[in-house]
Design a protein around this ligand. Structure first.
Ligand code: HEM
Length: 237
């Protein structure tokens, strides 16, 4: 168990048997530490800036976005550095959550029952751990896209590296760079939609905590782990 999965005694909340508190006095479960959340939101801000500056260079119809970065030349100078920042920030985030994102046999079952997922029939699904199969798949898609963006981005970074590659390689890299960016942007739109759709998730990433009800409903196996760990800690030796 990591530091980011403790049951907390948050201000204004009492401790006790999880799920038994009244609406005014209830336990909360720590899902993300301040450091997790800072890392996540820095990645998200870098993603937005990298996306906007990249789009500004992608098509003349959205070139006006370059105004946000000080004009065309500045957009071209800044974009690779913002991209590098995003890759580093995400790499740190990915390392934090790495071990929670391995797909287990229950995850494939969850995916096969995707109709139950979208129709909110969670009671029919296998119990979900810290992340569900959709979150895990998205995690790996982001890992692959960012690795792709980094590698192709180096090849097309004219100021330093492009001269080391043939024009055919640079052209192919430019194409793959745009493709990875497209998949990443689409995935993050799905990520944001799911975060808003599952009420209480955004609170986890802004304030750090979730209610026992949220954990029980959406991540029951993780909830059991948390309770088990909390009980072991409070048990006298
Ligand atoms: C811009 C708006 C974004 C919003 C509103 C948002 C929201 C959230 C929320 C609410 C969670 C917690 C989900 C849970 O605990 O079940 C989360 C987790 C996460 N987010 Fe974001 N996010 C955003 C952008 C990003 C970006 C740009 C990236 C990466 C490029 C990212 C990567 C992650 C990762 C890796 C997790 C942990 C999930 C896992 O490891 O499977 N997020 N996000």
């Amino acid at each position: 168990m990591t530091d980011s999965t403790r049951i907390t005694d948050a201000p204004g909340h009492s401790t006790g048997e999880a799920g038994q508190g009244s609406p005014r006095r209830r336990d909360t479960i720590l899902r993300y530490t301040t450091s997790d959340r800072t890392n996540h939101w820095l990645t998200a801000i870098a993603f937005v800036c990298a996306g906007l500056s990249g789009l500004a260079m992608f098509h003349p119809a959205v070139f006006w976005l370059s105004g946000l970065f000080g004009g065309g030349p500045w957009t071209r100078i800044l974009h690779p550095y913002i991209g590098l920042f995003m890759v580093v920030a995400f790499a740190l985030l990915a390392v934090r959550f790495w071990s929670h994102n391995f797909l287990q046999p229950a995850d494939w079952k969850w995916l096969r029952q995707i109709r139950d997922v979208v129709n909110n029939r969670e009671d029919r699904l296998p119990e979900v751990g810290r992340y569900n199969a959709g979150q895990k798949l998205l995690y790996w898609v982001i890992v692959v896209c960012l690795a792709g963006l980094l590698l192709t981005g180096i090849v097309i970074w004219r100021a330093y590296f492009s001269d080391y590659f043939s024009i055919r390689v640079v052209r192919l890299a430019a194409l793959l760079h745009a493709f990875c960016a497209f998949v990443l942007i689409t995935s993050i739109i799905v990520h944001i939609y799911s975060a808003i759709w599952v009420k209480g998730s955004v609170h986890a990433m802004t304030r750090g905590t979730v209610t026992p009800g949220w954990a029980w409903k959406h991540h029951r196996a993780w909830f059991r782990e948390m309770i088990h760990a909390a009980n072991s800690r409070s048990r006298p030796d």
